[in-house]
Write a protein that binds this ligand. Structure first.
Ligand SMILES: Nc1ncnc2c1ncn2[C@@H]1O[C@H](COP(=O)(O)OP(=O)(O)OP(=O)(O)O)[C@@H](O)[C@H]1O
Ligand SMILES: [Mg+2]
Length: 580
């Protein structure tokens, strides 16, 4: 319970419904725990004990009417209790889910990339649902059941004491404390299995999502059977853990029922021994039965508490992860940046002690078109990704306009940068809306101009629905080259002082690429451009070329300078020319 305390703040936002649920729960508890047995002890003697003259039917009906009245009270309060609890529950679920989702938006890219998507989804959907269930169950049964239990125990005590004094009361209640043992034992068993089950649910989800994302590869490599087998194995493991939870949690009710039967038998024996009247005995049994009901429910609550804790552990992996890439406490105020870029002794590693950039120092003045070349894996994309602070430099500083990128508000920094990544993603929306993501306040004319510059306008116009065409998830309904041109247009529209193009034209034919090159010349005037391309036609005209080799900038200069002096550059260039 202490473990969940920080999350009780979620209950605060639904204070009204929770209070209503609790009040109804107490009424429910009192009416079912104490109300019914006391009624039985009150009504039955009135009806069955002989009186002179006999009661009229009307009076008997009036007395008997007490039973439906109590049941009505119990029904209405029980219903309202469930309704308000559910209402509070879904609101809490919404809040937890949103917090989880919000957190995923601001965590470093490396956090999300290092984990299975499906597992993160499963935490956000299944584990939040479990936590919601647990919290509302606590809010609900945590009040209602103890209220019922106390009511019933009071009724047992009063009834027993009235008829035969302290001893009968003690005999009746002797078995109640015994129920603690199965509750605790089973609770301990459940928590371990619950953690296992939630993580297996995560792996089922992630296999599902990985499979769908690789639909093409599955068919191309004939992996249908392998994938099905893998999925079947994951499902089977999930079922095994589910059944282990079932095995333990379902044992609780029978265990408590057996203990309660022992209690009732003991009462029976003592009742015979002390000559208890039938109506007193009946009332006692009902009260006793009503006190075991809440114990069963509290035991189940304990199980859910354990499951909630297991889910919470999984959610906290995300919720408690520090946001290391965050706004500084006192950010520098910047508007539109000029476009100076400098790396000062920058070292970077995705995984500790495996650096992929080693002390990179370069100066790129505003307005430079800078090409990054080098073998695959040399660190070009990594270098470019440090500018918008997608990752945090280990040692050294990345500077824009003479300011450390860490001194700027992230939003201010990123507003000044337009990126076309190596593997651009479009959202499942219309082409127009995807373009608008570049700059939300752009006019229709500006959007179309950007599309023209990216050589995308004509193909968009030729689609049956034009700019209103839906592009599918991640842009799957467009060709590779079309998707790239839309991504380029989106970046052009942003009109930012920094433009980063990572293989942004790799999927285009040489004609379209040449056309885009021409457009670029006009677009990039006064902007700082980092361009990564394997085609040297793009690179030759750059005013600065950085040659990357194994995480270092091995050389820099213009094409003519480098071709004569740098063997790596010369070999990369020559090989490309030969391929053409
Ligand atoms: N998200 C990541 N997590 C861990 N390691 C990574 C990640 N991205 C890249 N790397 C590693 O960092 C090194 C540099 O990768 P980078 O993507 O910067 O190369 P690149 O020069 O852009 O190559 P290419 O021309 O093939 O795109 C590679 O060894 C790669 O394996
Ligand atoms: Mg790359």
């Amino acid at each position: 319970m202490r473990r969940l305390r920080p999350y009780f703040t979620y209950l605060k936002t639904v204070r009204g419904p929770i209070v209503a649920a609790i009040v109804c729960g107490i009424i429910y508890g009192a009416s079912s725990g104490a109300g019914m047995p006391l009624l039985v002890s009150f009504v039955f003697p009135k009806i069955f004990a002989p009186v002179n003259p006999p009661r009229s039917l009307g009076v008997v009906a009036l007395i008997a009417a007490g039973i439906p009245v109590i049941f009505l009270l119990r029904a209405v309060s029980g219903y309202l209790n469930s309704y308000f609890t559910q209402f509070a529950g879904v609101r809490i679920l919404e809040a937890i889910r949103l917090d989880y989702f919000r957190k995923l938006q601001v965590l470093p890219l490396s956090f999300v990339q290092g984990r299975a998507t499906g597992d993160l989804i499963s935490r956000g959907l299944a584990d939040t649902a479990q936590l919601q269930f647990t919290l509302t169950l606590i809010a609900n049964d945590g009040i209602k059941q103890p209220a019922t239990l106390i009511g019933a125990l009071v009724a047992v005590g009063v009834l027993a004491f009235q008829s035969h004094g302290v001893w009968l009361a003690l005999v009746c209640l002797a078995a109640v404390p015994l129920t603690v043992f199965p509750v605790r034992y089973i609770g301990r068993k459940v928590i371990k299995r619950a953690a296992q089950m939630q993580s297996q649910l995560g792996s089922v989800t992630s296999q599902f999502s990985e499979n769908l994302a690789a639909a093409r590869e599955v068919r191309a490599f004939g992996l249908e059977q392998r994938e099905t087998n893998r999925f079947a194995a994951a499902c089977r493991q999930l079922i095994v853990s589910q059944m282990k939870i079932t095995k333990y949690s379902q044992a609780l009710t029978p265990a408590i029922e057996v203990i309660s039967a022992v209690g009732i038998a003991g009462t029976l024996v003592y009742a015979y021994h002390s000559g208890l009247k039938l109506d007193t005995f009946l009332a006692l049994i009902i009260a006793l039965y009503n006190s075991y009901e809440p114990i069963k429910k509290l035991g189940a609550l304990n199980n859910e508490l354990k499951r909630g804790t297991a889910s919470l552990d999984r959610l906290e992996v995300v919720l408690n992860e520090p946001v290391i890439i965050a706004d500084p406490a006192a950010p520098a105020t910047v508007g539109r940046l000029r476009g100076d870029l400098a790396f000062e002794g920058v070292t970077f590693a995705y995984r500790a002690d495996e650096p992929v950039l080693h002390g990179v120092t370069v100066k790129i003045p505003a307005g430079t078109v800078c090409a990054l070349v080098g073998p695959s894996g040399a660190g070009k994309s990594t270098f470019a990704n440090l500018v918008p602070r997608f990752y945090e430099a280990g040692a050294g500083r990345v500077m824009v306009d003479g300011l450390d990128v860490r001194a700027l508000r992230l939003a201010d920094l990123r507003r000044n940068i337009a990126v076309v990544s190596q593997d651009p993603v479009l959202f499942n929306d219309t082409i127009y809306n995807n373009l608008l993501l570049g700059r939300a306040d752009a006019t229709r004319a500006e959007v179309e101009q950007a599309a023209r510059d990216a050589f995308a306008h004509d193909f968009i116009q030729s689609l049956p629905r034009g700019y209103e065409t839906m592009v599918g998830e991640r842009g799957a309904l467009l060709s590779g080259g079309q998707k790239q041109r839309v991504a380029l247009a989106r970046a052009f529209l942003r009109n930012a002082p920094f433009l980063i193009l990572d293989e942004a034209t790799s999927a285009l034919d040489s004609d379209s690429e040449a056309a885009i090159q021409a457009a670029l010349k006009k677009l990039v005037a006064g902007k700082t451009v980092l361009i990564i391309a394997h085609r040297f036609s793009t690179i030759r005209d750059a005013s600065l070329i950085l040659v990357f080799d194994q995480g270092r900038v091995a050389a820099s200069g213009t094409h003519t300078q480098l071709y004569g002096t740098n063997p790596l550059y010369k070999s990369l260039y020559d090989r490309q020319q030969m391929g053409m």
